[in-house]
Design a protein around this ligand. Structure first.
Ligand SMILES: [Zn+2]
Length: 499
């Protein structure tokens, strides 16, 4: 198995240190709804996590929650809430989103505010070794003390000076020094420390937590490419200086960033699409396919059309996966083992999910061909489900949002109004028809019953060649998201989410 390591800039043979893979992925700062950029990153690391387990590894997976931060303090102040209230609310929302995306939980989600003693221990250790210094209640990391600073982002300190956003602060020895402990301003949440009341810097949090839960050297550290510098560069500086051991991380994995149209996804743009927005109009499987159809290190451009195409793809896979509880097996000519091997080969090559997805579509096509010739190919369907599951695809039929009976009754009532103006040629039909419609509007009935009634009426209208009126029923239902399809077994209806 090969993985691309940001540290070396190359694909390397994946050789974990021990029996259990130690994996750390930077988590969220819960001050707002999670957006599609979060979805992309956490779907990717979920697939990596799932695939490692599929390959027989034991994995210990840690993801932090940055529940104290400037953004949280600012937003809490604006909303008149406490930082704790805000963090609790959006941490809960984050887990809701992750569950809805079928993202498996990490083993541990340490929260910054609950790890203060460990953080203080690391900060003190850095001071003791001369890597950090207190100044006016804060503590800074002495970047020039770490001779290989810049090795992850492949930059030299002096060239960084010009490009980097440097935090102002007169008390720093060097403008590139970064804060590891931040003195608190009056009214801000704070913890006692040897340097006065304050709170941890963002970077030290990840160093302390990975050390506490995963040890001095971990196998995989993940995050978005926007975290390479300064966040991950600073994590390396802190962790390696504190422990005196290298490397802090064997394999650094970074996903490409999500773009909205031409603009880079950025929290400052204000044009964010939340995960809840996306899942209101498409399934988690579709979003996963959309993300996984590109290589994780490439940038991904979000578009509604792209997501709609992914939903159609998800439908094809769902249909092919079908029901494996019944149905006979033959699967003549479908070499499931070859598909399995092809999938593994793709994923072993730096998690090439695009090729793995292509493999699933080819398998689905073979299943459909087999079915056309009367061969249920149950084993092939099971293989499709299993391999899809490694990518976190459920391939379960989409459960539409519950039908709104009041809305459907309203459709019937408006048809009653409009069709009343047309002349119905057959008196008997007309009487029946209007009775049906009136009932639909007046009685509290299940939406499904009303739709079934309307389908019966449409059939009668068509039988008496009143095409225009029949079409009106179809069109009104379609506006309400109910799509009628005429099949050889009669008319069936489908409810389309988001329409
Ligand atoms: Zn981090």
């Amino acid at each position: 198995m090969k993985v691309h390591n940001t540290l070396s800039g190359k694909k390397e043979e994946f050789l974990p240190q021990g029996d259990e893979i130690k994996m750390y992925v930077c988590g969220v700062t819960p001050y707002d709804e999670s957006h599609i950029g979060h979805a992309m990153s956490y779907i990717i690391f979920d697939v990596i996590h799932r695939y490692l387990k599929f390959r027989g590894y034991k994995v210990k997976y840690v993801q932090n929650v940055t529940d104290i931060d400037d953004k949280l303090i600012d937003r809490a102040n604006r909303l008149g809430a406490t930082v704790t209230e805000l963090a609790e609310k959006f941490t809960a929302r984050y887990f809701e989103d992750m569950d809805a995306l079928n993202i498996e939980r990490a083993d541990i989600y340490p929260r910054a505010t609950e790890e203060i003693p460990k953080i203080i221990e690391v900060v003190q250790g850095l001071i003791d070794k001369g890597y950090a210094y207190p100044a006016e209640g804060s503590v800074y990391f002495r970047v020039r003390q770490k001779e290989d600073y810049g090795k992850l982002s492949h930059r030299k300190l002096d060239s960084m000076m010009s490009g980097a956003r440097i935090e102002p602060g007169k008390e720093k020895e060097d403008p590139m020094d970064f804060v590891v402990w931040k003195a608190s301003k009056p009214g801000e949440p704070s913890w006692d420390s040897p340097w006065g009341p304050g709170r941890p810097g963002w970077h030290i949090e990840c160093s302390a937590m990975s050390l506490k839960y995963l040890g001095e050297t971990i196998d995989i550290h993940g995050g978005g490419q926007d975290l390479v510098f300064p966040h991950h560069e600073n994590e390396i500086a802190q962790s390696e200086s504190f422990t005196g051991k290298k490397p802090f991380v064997k394999y650094w994995l970074h996903n490409g960033l999500l773009q909205l149209g031409e603009e880079k996804m950025s929290k400052s743009l204000g044009n964010l699409v939340t995960i809840k927005d996306i899942l209101a109009q498409s399934s988690a499987d579709a979003l996963r396919l959309f993300v996984l159809s590109s290589h994780y290190r490439s940038p991904l451009t979000y578009s509604d059309e792209g997501l709609a195409a992914a939903e159609r793809g998800a439908d094809r896979l769902r249909q092919a996966a079908g029901d494996t509880s019944g149905g006979g097996n033959k699967g003549n000519g479908i070499d499931v083992e070859a598909y399995h091997n092809r999938f593994v080969e793709a994923m072993d090559d730096d998690f090439n999910t695009a090729q793995a997805v292509a493999c699933l579509f080819d398998l689905a096509r073979d299943i459909n061909r087999a079915e056309e010739s009367g061969d249920y190919a149950r084993q092939a369907r099971e293989t499709l489900k299993d391999l899809g599951g490694v990518l976190g695809l459920t391939l379960k039929p989409v459960e539409a949002a519950p039908l709104d009976a009041a809305q459907i009754a309203q459709v019937a009532a408006s048809l009653y109004q409009e069709l009343g103006r047309s002349t119905l040629s057959k008196e008997e039909l007309a009487k029946d028809f209007f009775e049906h419609l009136a009932r639909a509007g007046e009685e509290l009935r299940e939406a499904k019953e009303i739709i079934d009634d309307l389908i019966v009426m449409r059939k009668e209208l068509r039988a008496s060649k009143q095409w225009q009126q029949a079409d009106m029923i179809r069109d009104k239902l379609s506006e309400a998201g109910i799509v009628l399809e005429d099949t050889s077994q009669g008319t069936v209806w489908k409810y389309h989410r988001g329409s």
